[in-house]
Design a protein around this ligand. Structure first.
Ligand code: NAD
Length: 330
């Protein structure tokens, strides 16, 4: 197994080493391939990622990624979108589940949902133009793209509560009619109980009644926004991991960005990055992946937490404590 490790910029460089420490605690035979990509690399050599980097990534089985700061160039093409497209990582999976004893802004903790986001098309098609008077981005929804994300979401729903919510904006966006139709039919074919919600009502409902939802399937931009919003449900952006899954490759990244406001202070919460390791291990079929949940619960109980969880621990203290638990209990 070959894993590309891309720390990226800002707090990516602080949380990914802690995640790798936890991965190493499992003692698995994984060859790590470090790559320096992102804004800092662009500042040094004028490019955030080269074709050679992309080939190196394609030579690996999976990627662990921190976060990158967006390059301030009008024609900059997001390296993250490029990797998702090149590796055909069509399903972006974002579990929204409270950690033991950690309550978010709504005070609720009785929910456990997963956002399944179409990851290669929608408003992130990359087909766009900029001009002084008019700028535009084309929103693409294809039958194939909708079918494969609907299939993925239904398979996941069947492993959980057999319940799917399709999120769209088909009252305004004609392109969402196809997405909605395909998702409804796929759910019906799989015998999955389903309903649908307009994305604006869904945002409200998620804040008030997150417990009503299990698997939520949606298009690219809506999934991106809803999952950041849901980070407030579990308290911090530093707690939400994600997996980008394709037929051949998988790519694991915390939902958060490079957080320039706290970068370099050693106080970023590494739990999201560490939970990415749990998702990676599950994807690899490693049977002990749930030890990470136990380790995080233990560390939370000992109050070894960063300031976003009202603690005084540093990023490295949290990583050390989780890794020690894994080493003792594996
Ligand atoms: P952000 O996610 O970096 O930060 C938003 C807020 O959440 C900040 O107050 C930050 O301190 C806090 N936060 C984020 N992660 C945290 C953690 N692990 N622990 C504690 N607090 C945490 O979003 P932003 O400020 O809008 O973006 C900063 C840069 O990151 C921008 O250049 C943006 O384009 C980029 N970005 C990259 C990715 C990615 O690479 N996947 C994702 C989102 C944003």
């Amino acid at each position: 197994m070959k894993l590309a490790v891309i720390e990226g910029d800002g707090i990516g460089r602080e949380v990914i080493p802690e995640a790798v420490k936890v991965l190493d605690a499992f003692g698995l035979d994984i060859e790590k391939v470090p790559l320096e990509l992102g804004y800092a690399r662009w500042e040094k050599v004028g490019t955030a990622m080269s074709n050679k980097d992309l080939e190196t990534i394609k030579g690996c089985d999976a990627v662990l990624f921190g976060a990158v700061t967006t390059v301030p160039e009008p024609n900059y093409k997001s390296l993250l979108l490029t990797i998702r497209k090149e590796l055909d990582l069509y399903a972006n999976i974002r579990p929204i589940k409270p950690l033991p004893g950690v309550v978010g802004i709504t005070g609720k903790s009785d929910f456990d949902l997963i956002i399944v986001r179409e990851n290669t098309e929608g408003l992130y098609s990359g087909i766009e133009g900029i001009g002084p008077e008019i700028s535009w981005t084309k929103r693409i929804v294809t039958r194939r793209g909708s079918e494969r994300i609907a299939e993925y979401a239904c398979k996941l729903a069947k492993q959980r509560k057999n319940k799917l919510t399709i999120v769209h904006k088909s009252n305004v966006l004609k392109s969402d009619h196809l997405f909605l139709d395909v998702c409804r039919r796929t759910a019906s074919d799989h015998g999955v109980e389903y309903g649908d919600m307009l994305v604006d009502s869904m945002a409200y409902s998620l804040m008030i009644h997150p417990e009503k939802y299990d698997v939520v399937v949606t298009t690219n931009l809506f999934g991106d926004i809803l999952s950041d919003m849901c980070a407030a449900l579990v308290r911090s952006l530093g707690l939400v991991p994600s997996a980008n899954i394709g037929e051949k490759y998988a790519f694991f990244e915390p939902v958060h960005g490079s957080a320039p406001d706290i970068a370099g202070k050693g106080i970023a919460n590494p739990f999201a990055a560490i939970l990415c390791i749990k998702m990676l291990l599950e994807w690899m079929g490693e049977p002990h992946y749930l030890i990470i949940d136990e380790a995080i619960a233990d560390v939370l109980q000992k109050k070894i937490v960063t300031p976003d969880l009202k603690g005084t621990a540093r990023t490295i203290d949290v990583g050390n404590a989780v890794a020690e638990y894994v080493i003792k209990n594996i």
